[in-house]
Design a protein around this ligand. Structure first.
Ligand code: UT7
Length: 335
C-alpha cells in the first residue's frame, strides 16, 4: 500500500505590507481593536501593477515547493488549486498554473472549500496517491483577498482580517508505512452556507441585476461574515476534528509535535491551544504578520514552520481548518 508524503513546500507573499494603521486611514478602525480581537498586526496586499494575481502567486510558491522536493514539473501527475478568489469566474486557477509553468496535459482541479481548501486538497491528493493512480501531486492554496474587499467603514468587520498570499506543497508517493499523511478528516454543514459568504455576482444574481438594484447595504459582491457565529462554530469544530484525527491514529494531544491551525483569528488558535494544554512551541501562528489568507494560510504557516526548523523528520504534525461552507477538516502527518 502506498502512502503520500510532503516532499517540498513553498510560499509567496506580496511585498506590500499593510499595517493596521494603514487601514485606519481608510476606515473607522484602529490598531488596538484589530490586535485585541484578532492578533493581527499587518498583512500583505497585492499592489496594482506588481504583476501578482491568485494564479501568479500560486506559481511562485509552487516553483519553490518543486525545487525543494527535487521534482521537475514534467513529473507532476495532478495539479490541485484551492482558492476562493480565482483570477476568473471560470476556468479555474489550476489550468492557469499549468499554462504559466508549462506543465504537460495532466489534470488540473480547483477546490472551492475556502479556509478548509488546503486540507481538502491534501485529502484528494492522498487518495489519488494511495490508490497508485498518481505519484506526484502539486497542491496550491492562494488568495487575492485585497482585490475584493470593502475598504470603507461598512466592511471593517471583515476587511481588517484578510490578507493575500500563496503556499504550495508537493505530495509524493512513499512506500514507508507509518510515515507521511496518516489520515485526513473532512466535514461540511451546508445549512450555514450564508453565514460566511460572497453572494454575487452569481448566476442567480448577475451583474445587470446588481447594477439595477444598486444596493447600499448587504452588498452581494463584498464578503459577508457573521463573525461571532463563525467564531463559536470554529472553536467547537476545530477541537472535534483534531480529536478525530488523533483518535483515528491511536494518538492523544501529548503526541502532537506541531499543530498548524488555519490562521483564522489568533484568539481561535489560543483557545484551542489552551483547551489542549499545548505549549507555545507546539502551535504555529503567523496571522500576526499575514492576516487570514484562507486557503493559503495552512501551507504558508507549515512552510514557515518547516523553514524555521520547527517541523522535523519524525514529528507528528496536525493541520486543522474551519471556514465558509461551513467546511472543516484535519490532517495528521508523520513528517
Ligand atoms: O477564516 C474563516 C473563518 N473566520 C473566522 O473564524 C472569523 C471568526 N470571527 C472573528 O474572528 C470575530 O468575530 C471578528 C474578529 C470578525 C469580530 O470580532 P468580534 O469580537 O466578534 O466583534 P463584533 O463583530 O461583535 O463587533 C464588536 C464591535 C461592533 O461595534 P458595536 O456594535 O459593539 O458598537 C463592531 O461594529 O466592534 C465593531 N467593529 C470594529 N471596530 C473597529 C467591527 N469591526 C471593527 C473594526 N474596527 N475593524
Amino acid at each position: 500500500m502506498y502512502t503520500s508524503r510532503i516532499a517540498g513546500m513553498g510560499k509567496y507573499v506580496p511585498e506590500n505590507v499593510v499595517t493596521n494603521d494603514d487601514l485606519s486611514k481608510l476606515m473607522d478602525t484602529n490598531d488596538a481593536w484589530i490586535q485585541e480581537r484578532t492578533g493581527i498586526k499587518e498583512r500583505r496586499h497585492i499592489k496594482k501593477g506588481d504583476g501578482n494575481s491568485t494564479a501568479v502567486m500560486g506559481v511562485k510558491a509552487a516553483e519553490i515547493a518543486l525545487d525543494r522536493a527535487g521534482i521537475s514539473k514534467d513529473e507532476i501527475d495532478l495539479i490541485i488549486f484551492a482558492t476562493l478568489s480565482p483570477d476568473y469566474y471560470f476556468p479555474g486557477c489550476g489550468v492557469q498554473v499549468q499554462d504559466m509553468m508549462g506543465i504537460h496535459t495532466c489534470p488540473a482541479l480547483d477546490i472551492r472549500n475556502q479556509c478548509s481548501g488546503f486540507i481538502y486538497g491534501i485529502s484528494v491528493a492522498d487518495q489519488f496517491i494511495k490508490t497508485g493512480m498518481y505519484k506526484n501531486v502539486l497542491l496550491i492554496g492562494s488568495e487575492n483577498h485585497s482585490g475584493g474587499l470593502d475598504f470603507s467603514t461598512r466592511g471593517r468587520g471583515v476587511t481588517v482580517i484578510f490578507g493575500d498570499g500563496a503556499g504550495a506543497a508537493v505530495l509524493t508517493r512513499s512506500e514507508q508505512e507509518g510515515h507521511g499523511v496518516l489520515s485526513t478528516h473532512l466535514h461540511s454543514e451546508g445549512k450555514h452556507a450564508l453565514e460566511l459568504s460572497l453572494k454575487g455576482p452569481s448566476t442567480n444574481h448577475w451583474v445587470p441585476q446588481i447594477i439595477e438594484e444598486n444596493p447600499q447595504e448587504d452588498i452581494p459582491y463584498y464578503p459577508y461574515m457573521n463573525g461571532q457565529f463563525v467564531f463559536k462554530n470554529a472553536v467547537v469544530r476545530f477541537s472535534e476534528v483534531i480529536m478525530e484525527g488523533l483518535k483515528t491514529n491511536g494518538l492523544d494531544v501529548n503526541d502532537i509535535d506541531m499543530l498548524v491551525p488555519h490562521q483564522a483569528n489568533l484568539r481561535i488558535s489560543q483557545f484551542i491551544q489552551k483547551k489542549f494544554q499545548l505549549s507555545d512551541d507546539k502551535v504555529y501562528n503567523n496571522i500576526q504578520r499575514y492576516g487570514n489568507t484562507t486557503a493559503a494560510s495552512i501551507p504558508i504557516a507549515l512552510c514557515e514552520a518547516w523553514e524555521e526548523g520547527k517541523v522535523k523528520e519524525g514529528d507528528t504534525v496536525v493541520l486543522a481548518a474551519f471556514g465558509s461552507g461551513f467546511t472543516w477538516g484535519s490532517a495528521v502527518i508523520k513528517w
